[in-house]
Design a protein around this ligand. Structure first.
Ligand code: ADP
Ligand code: GLC
Length: 506
C-alpha cells in the first residue's frame, strides 16, 4: 500500500515524547511489511540537520504562506522510509521545542503553522505536490494534523483517511476568529466539523472527519468515550465508536535493547542478568546517591505535567523515604513542579536525585539502572516507558489506566503461579496508593529474591515489538480503503445517474 504518514515529530529527527517514538518506528515496521509508507514532517532546523540528503520535489503556493513552500524528499535516517519535509522558514525555522517558546508558552502562531502544514499534506495527498506519487491512505496523528481529514473531506476524489489520537487532552483549540483568519472553507464551521464550544478545534477535525479513528491502546479507546477521560469530546467519540479502534503501541527494539544499548554502563540480557546491578551502581554514583544493592532504586522519566502524576510522587516522598528506597527522577515541563522536585532533592540528598531537562541518554541509563520504574499517570493513552522498563528488567509500578493497564500484569496469587506477572499495579491515583504499592514492591525485593527475578525475566521476555501492532494497522488500512472506495463508487454512481453528461473520476 501507499501510505502518507503525517506527524509533527518522529525519532530520531525530532521528539518531545512518545508521539516521536511511535512515528519514528511504526512507519518502519509498516515498510518492513512491504508497504510504501512515506512520512511528512515540518522542516524544523534540527530535522534539516539530521535528515541527510534531501532533494527538492516542488514548490507550492499555499494559503497562509507569504513565500512559495518547498517540499523536500529524503529518507528517515536508518531506514528506507520516504520522508517529505515541508520547508516554510517563516513557520518552522525556529530553534528548540516544536510547539513551545523558550518560556514554555505556546508559539503564538501555532494555528497558522499547523494549518500550513495541513495544506501541504493535502496537496501531496491529492497528488498535486509529487507527480510521481499519490497515497491510497493518509494516516494523521494528533491535533497538529487534525485539519487534514477535514480539508480532504471537501474533495470527492481523495485518499482514505485515518486519524490516530495519542492524547485527547491536547486539542489544538483556538478562538473562533482564527477559523476566519485561516481562510478555512465555511462548510467546516459546524458542530460536525471544526467547531467545538464556539472554538476552533484541530483535534475535532480529525475525529469527526477521518474515515477511521484509532487510539493507542484498547483501554484508552473505551476510556475516551466516558466523561471522565473524554475532555468534552466523549459524545462525538461515542458517535464514532463503530469506527474507533484501540491498537496498543509497540516499541523500537533496536533503540531500546539492554544487550546492545551504547548509553548504558554494562550490557545484559536474560542470560546475564548479574550485570544489571553494574548499571544500578553506575546510576547511583552518577546521580550522587550512596552506592549499594540494598535500597530499592526507583526511576521516573517523563514530561512534568499533571497527566503524569509527579505531584502524587512528591506527596508520597516523606513516607516513602522512611524506608530503604532511593529515587532518580528525569523530567522537564511545569516550572512549579520542577521547583518542588529540586526542593525535595535538597531535603533528601541521600535518597533523591532530580535531573531537570531532556536527556535521551540518561533515560536509557535510568531504564537499565533502576530496580523499578514508577509510573503513576492519572491517565495514559499508551505509555512507552513501561515497555522499555520491562525490556530492561526494570519492574513497572503503575496506575491501572489506559495502555498501562493493557501492557502490565499485576502480581497476584494467580499471575505469580502462572508466571504471567510483570509488575505492580494500583487502582487509585493517590499518594497513599503509590506508597502502599512501592512498599509491596520493596517487601518482594527484600524477602523474595527468586520470585523477584521471575518477574524481571517474564517482563524481559514480553514481546512488545511493532510487528504485531503494525499488522493490525495494515489490516485496518485495507478495510478503510475498501470502504472508502465503495462509498466513492456509490457517490459516483448516483452522480452519474443525476448528471449523465459529466465525466466522473473517482
Ligand atoms: P508521553 O508521550 O505522554 O510523554 P510516553 O511514555 O509514551 O509518554 O513516551 C515518553 C517518551 O519520552 C519516552 O521515550 C521517554 O523516555 C521520553 N522522555 C520523556 N521525558 C524525557 C526526558 N526528560 N528526557 C529524556 N526522555 C524523556
Ligand atoms: C502520547 C501519550 C502516551 C503515548 C504516546 C504515543 O503522548 O501521552 O501515552 O504512549 O502518545 O502514542
Amino acid at each position: 500500500m501507499e501510505v502518507l504518514f503525517c506527524t509533527s515529530e518522529a525519532f530520531p529527527l525530532v521528539k518531545t515524547g512518545g508521539l516521536g517514538d511511535v512515528c519514528g518506528s511504526l512507519p518502519r515496521a509498516l515498510h518492513e511489511l512491504g508497504n510504501d509508507v512515506r512520512l511528512i514532517l515540518p522542516a524544523y532546523p534540527e530535522v534539516m540537520e539530521r535528515a541527510g540528503k534531501l532533494t527538492a520535489v516542488t514548490s507550492l503556493t499555499l494559503t497562509g504562506a507569504s513565500e512559495p513552500v518547498e517540499i523536500l524528499l529524503g529518507q528517515l535516517p536508518g531506514s528506507e522510509v520516504g520522508l517529505y519535509l515541508v520547508n516554510s522558514p517563516e513557520h518552522f525555522r525556529r530553534p528548540g521545542n516544536p510547539y513551545l517558546q523558550k518560556d514554555g508558552s505556546d508559539w503564538p502562531d501555532n494555528a497558522e503553522r499547523f494549518a500550513l502544514f495541513a495544506r501541504a499534506i493535502v496537496a501531496l495527498a491529492l497528488g498535486q505536490a509529487d507527480t510521481g506519487w499519490k497515497p491510497e491512505l493518509v494516516h494523521c496523528n494528533d491535533w497538529q494534523t487534525g485539519l487534514v481529514p477535514a480539508l480532504l473531506s471537501e474533495h470527492e476524489a481523495r485518499p482514505a483517511t485515518l486519524f490516530s489520537i495519542h492524547n485527547l487532552s491536547y486539542q489544538g483549540l483556538f478562538p473562533a476568529a482564527t477559523f476566519t483568519a485561516l481562510e478555512l472553507p465555511d462548510t467546516l464551521w459546524s458542530i460536525d466539523g471544526l467547531e467545538f464550544n464556539n472554538m476552533l478545534c484541530f483535534l475535532k477535525g480529525g475525529i469527526a472527519n477521518a474515515d477511521w479513528v484509532t487510539t493507542v491502546s484498547p483501554s484508552y479507546a473505551e476510556e475516551i468515550c466516558t466523561s471522565e477521560f473524554g475532555y468534552g469530546l466523549e459524545g462525538l467519540l461515542q458517535y464514532r465508536s463503530a469506527n474507533l479502534t484501540g491498537i496498543l503501541n509497540g516499541m523500537d527494539k533496536q533503540t531500546w535493547n539492554p544487550g546492545s544499548d551504547p548509553h548504558i554502563e554494562r550490557g545484559y540480557d536474560v542470560h546475564s542478568l548479574q550485570h544489571k546491578v553494574v548499571n544500578k551502581f553506575a546510576l547511583q554514583r552518577e546521580q550522587g546517591l550512596p552506592v549499594g544493592s540494598q535500597p530499592l532504586l526507583l526511576g521516573h522519566i517523563g514530561r512534568l505535567v499533571e497527566q503524569k502524576g509527579v505531584d502524587l510522587i512528591l506527596d508520597s516522598l516523606d513516607a516513602l523515604f522512611q524506608h530503604p528506597i532511593q529515587m532518580v527522577i528525569l523530567g522537564s515541563g511545569d516550572h512549579e513542579l520542577e521547583q518542588r522536585l529540586m526542593d525535595a532533592a535538597d531535603r533528601y540528598p541521600e535518597q533523591l536525585a532530580v535531573h531537570i531537562g531532556y536527556d535521551e541518554q540518561l533515560a536509557h541509563r535510568i531504564e537499565a539502572g533502576a530496580d523499578c520504574l514508577l509510573i503513576p499517570s492519572r491517565y495514559e493513552p499508551c505509555g512507552l516507558n513501561q515497555m522499555y522498563s520491562m525490556a530492561y528488567g526494570t519492574i513497572p509500578i503503575a496506575h491501572r489506566t489506559g495502555g498501562l493497564a493493557d501492557s502490565i500484569v499485576d502480581l497476584d496469587k494467580q499471575s505469580e503461579r502462572d508466571y504471567t506477572a510483570t509488575g505492580f499495579i494500583f487502582d487509585e491515583d493517590s499518594p497513599q496508593a503509590i506508597l502502599k504499592t512501592c512498599l509491596r514492591a520493596l517487601t518482594h525485593f527484600q524477602t523474595r529474591r527468586i520470585d523477584w527475578w521471575k518477574l524481571v525475566i517474564t517482563g524481559m521476555k514480553k514481546d512488545f515489538s511493532w510487528s504485531k501492532s503494525a499488522a493490525q494497522y495494515l489490516e485496518l488500512y485495507q478495510r478503510v480503503c475498501n470502504n472508502t472506495q465503495t462509498q466513492a463508487s456509490i457517490a459516483a454512481d448516483s452522480e452519474h445517474k443525476t448528471m449523465p453528461s459529466q465525466a466522473v473520476s473517482v
